[in-house]
Design a protein. Structure first.
Lengths: 326, 103, 326, 103, 326, 103
């Protein structure tokens, strides 16, 4: 599958962006355009998932996938936290922040995986979009709790005071996060509208999808490489963890997915979700909840290393594991 | 000649996700208003960054406020504890405000 | 029809946006993307209307619709003005400004109505796009004249002086308004190009249309709800008027449309145009022509209340009236 | 050391649709130039607003001008009558302009 | 062909934009949307060219076109430079800067020409996209060398000093220029993916193309006319040159194209490329390399006069010449 | 009262394509950081321009820096030779920086 991956235009555009940034080209995608594409992609996958669930109905697989995803979201950061402290030599605050990123998910990695798996006749179930939405936030809570548990009081004092007022603020922010609302909302609209209601808007959301994904991954390639080139914060140890963590988490996710009875495509997607690291929802939450944590570390690891790794190798790896187990 | 009054021009450079937290402090000292300006790109001790990124977590903004000296001081006192942890840069300058009695 | 309305994805996306803003989610649509979608929608409806007129030719119905629309644009603000002063307890300047908004039109309400009516086999005539363009500006003139006639001199003095210089400025601004030019220009291009010339650009402008409308209404839902939540200026009296005025104006418009011989679909659209309130062209003109008028009032009424009312209830209502009369 | 001259830094916070009207006044007093900066969001007596709106009528901008004290005064006199009705906020500060004789 | 040109929606949107700016309408296309469209157009034509070359393979025509294009890029600025100094009465620095613009190319002129020629059954070869990418930069080097050769030392002194440090900087900027990378990158992706790999992304990149081009030319019309109206720098002599230069360069390009054995469509495109003047890559390079050159001159000439001339008359002219010779 | 230090607020108005060249000079005098703000539109001797253009060559930005007087002077000396040819406008004002010892 790795060869099909590397000759797919979607991935080639990612590589083009990565390459352009490496030779320090001035190519840039305007930020509002990138945001527009990400809104489009989330609306489209939400809709498609909802329409699919509308025709298959709720199944027991859906329930087990939802539970498995939520449990993974809460627990994966724990292992990550201790690896980051021991191998990564990070402090408790930075470890908690990074762990939250790796427990949460990356929407673009998910979308790319769905495209690549579908081409391999391993199309995952439509409800996995809903599972992704469920997995966005639990890791934030675990990450914060771990950081707090392992931090000496004075260091967080001002923050604790601020966080008291903030407390519910962060919970609110996490639950009403724009991408969660958009994904779940579009999912619900897809379910209400069904195949027939989806028909008139299908041209935009289904037909244009792959092309938009190409342009979006072009931008992600630029951003990932620029992060990597600019960072001064990522040590060899951290760089290794940024590859090790997705392999560990992704394998756990794929195995769990197989165990709870998902088909290979969906199990692979659960692996991809576990392996992927957030770079939108979690960084914003961390900036608010633990401003002392260093964005230079968590963004460079998740965007600069883990994202490209998953896009180019991870997806194929978890597909292979799922096929082997399934 | 129109009348002017002396006021403070406060600029706070802050990570965009933290803007709402600062605004809450602004409201506590009852300053008449504020304006937010986006930073397009910049650089500091960590090297350079650009704003053209999907993740808004790294973007920066300036909060601009015109206020009386007294309120500016109150605000500075309130915001000081967050200074280090939130990486704020706060500057206060003098300006004459044309018919600015309400600020 | 109200049930079809409420299960249409277009409307569901509006409700999603409204809901997201109500729970204070941070979901936002980047402003340049929203502007791009509004340019796209105006170009598309202009083109489609022009292509249709190119095939049907000029008809007497077209002429009567144009005249009816223009007359409605000039006269509807008069009734609105007196209701706003008496029931709404607004001063002359604010009443004039608000009345101008309700005499003018909302492009998105029009577009949504065309989509919903077409689904009900009540497709309006293509030339109604031209009628809409004609209805954008007359109300501004009536609103300004009313405000001036009922204002004590000193209050407007500086302004009158400024307005002397400005006078032709505002007229010019109103006539060369971007959306008017774009609508009429695309309409003309559609007429020149005809069905054959439209063919190569049809994929973008016809096929993608419904999907773009969904995303645009998502944004409108966010904006409408945020307006409503932030406003401190809208009293119960004004809120009631923001629902009463579209009902009155829309009924008048539908009746007039039927009387001048339009088919039910086109009569309903004339009703929708009369009921809708501007939130782009008129606010900008008011800011210039009567800066003392309070934008907090007119934007909250037109965007926060009348727009959602029309989208969810008004369109179905005027369709029902038109069917009843037609 | 490079030579500097003392000039006024004028900032006018204004509704975006009114910018052209203010620019006309700028030209009347023959100031050498101006620059407009967009406000991303803000808040005042009416509560908070955001710029991410289709209707540009609620958006705000800052007009920035560097001018001599004399021209700054002339401009302030000219713009004063519009201050209330147009809801302007005008501040004037002191800056040194590097080789700024032409301003 | 000129009549087909003037009734094509693509051109009509350009004229609409030009007209709107002339009557000083406030119609504007948000900048990030315009940039997004230009990225889309470049990706799309790169891909289409690459896919075509993947199926035809490398031909000797491809090689001769590439060589002809590069040579034209290096040499066309020389003639332009002397005409600008003698007829145009410009100094050496401004002459060099303007000459660099006219030796380089305009992507949008190219795209529009391909659309119009295809409608006339003169579809150019796919590899001409690659030729365009090759022609973007040589003229910058010639322009800089000419300016330097004909400038008295002191005038450029500071600059020469700055440029020593800058030297490689400008070369690097020119070679890694965003549009060159995107064009060549998409071209390469098209070649790797081939017809089959292109299939899933075809809907976005092929079907939407003409419509996007309409909206982009609407913006170009606005920009061209606003440039023309604002400029105080363009004398009658310069305005004449802004029409004469594309005629001369375009004729040379078409003749050369025919001589090296291109089919009429491709020869006409080589003419269009020669005739067109850059308004993105070269201005940015000139601002850096020769900040003393006046952007008011080169942007007004290339965007305000030459671009509209080529779109409306030039393309038809070079098509006619190519047909006559071919 | 929080402690403040006196610093210089330097604003450089510059063509956007030239920003990287100025940033290089900033780094040479070891100023702690800089922020770039986009100009939306403006006007000068050449008449008015707008930023909404495909060609970025005509767009302008402001580079904002907070620095000590000494570094501000060093920077001004360094940038002075480019002033004319690059069409820069450089202003230097005084501000109090809250707990600003690191600038
Ligand atoms: N003291 C202030 N400092 C900075 N900006 C202000 C201030 N007061 C008001 N503003 C700006 O002016 C806008 C309108 O304020 P107001 O006129 O009080 O409703 C606000 O949204 C802010 O952007
Ligand atoms: N006095 C000034 N104050 C603020 N901005 C200015 C001033 N003069 C020029 N500018 C800016 O610099 C740009 C170029 O001006 P000029 O070099 O005079 O053509 C203008 O478009 C403005 O954005
Ligand atoms: N001295 C300064 N003047 C202006 N902006 C600064 C300065 N130092 C830092 N910044 C801004 O603050 C951001 C973070 O800086 P730092 O905290 O040093 O990494 C930079 O990217 C700049 O946008
Ligand atoms: Na994960
Ligand atoms: Na109306
Ligand atoms: Na050329």
């Amino acid at each position: 599958m790795i060869i099909e991956t590397l000759t797919s235009p979607v991935i080639l555009f990612f590589i083009l962006g990565f390459f352009a940034a490496c030779i320090r080209s001035d190519l840039t995608i305007p930020e509002p355009f990138a945001k527009a594409m990400s809104i489009y992609l989330m609306a489209a996958i939400g809709l498609k998932g909802g329409v699919e669930v509308a025709s298959t109905g709720f199944t027991s697989q859906l329930a087990s996938a939802a539970i498995a995803g939520t449990v993974l979201g809460f627990t994966l950061p724990i292992l990550a936290f201790f690896l980051l402290r021991s191998i990564g030599k990070l402090g408790a605050i930075d470890s908690g922040a990074v762990a939250a990123h790796y427990g949460s998910v990356s929407v673009v990695t998910f979308v790319t995986a769905v495209e690549l798996l579908t081409k391999q006749n391993m199309q995952p179930d439509g409800f996995m979009v809903g599972v992704m939405a469920l997995m966005e936030t639990p890791a934030i809570i675990t990450g914060l709790l771990l950081a707090r548990a392992y931090t000496k009081r004075p260091e967080l004092e001002n923050d604790v005071k601020a966080n008291k007022e903030e407390g519910s603020g962060i919970l609110h922010e996490v639950l009403t996060n724009g991408s969660v609302i958009l994904l779940l909302g579009a999912f619900a609209i897809g379910m209400v509208a069904g195949e027939a209601g989806f028909e008139p808007i299908k041209p935009l959301f289904a037909i244009g999808f792959n092309g938009v994904l190409c342009l979006f991954l072009l931008d992600m390639g630029l951003i990932a490489a620029r992060r990597l080139l600019q960072t001064k914060k990522v040590t060899i140890r951290l760089a290794s963890l940024a590859i090790l963590l997705p392999i560990i988490n992704g394998t756990i996710g794929t195995v769990v997915g197989t165990l709870v009875g998902l088909d290979p495509g969906s199990a692979a997607i659960l692996g991809v979700l576990s392996a992927s690291a957030s770079y939108i929802a979690v960084p914003a939450a961390m900036r608010l909840a633990m401003p002392q944590a260093d964005p230079g570390i968590y963004l460079s690891m998740s965007l600069g290393i883990t994202f490209p790794f998953n896009i180019i190798f991870g997806i194929s790896l978890f597909a292979a594991i799922a096929n082997f187990l399934g | 000649m129109v009348a002017t009054v002396q006021r403070k021009r406060i600029e706070i450079l802050v990570d965009t996700p933290l803007v709402p937290r600062i605004i809450r402090l602004v409201k506590e000292v009852d300053i008449s208003g504020w304006s937010v300006i986006k930073i397009a790109s910049g650089g500091g001790r960590d090297g350079r960054w650009d704003h053209d990124e999907v993740t808004g977590a790294a973007s920066k903004s300036i909060i601009l406020m015109i206020a009386s000296e007294q309120k500016a001081d109150q605000f500075a006192d309130k915001v000081a504890p967050l200074l280090e942890s939130h990486g704020l840069l706060i500057t206060i300058g003098n300006v004459a405000v044309v018919r600015g009695d309400r600020f």
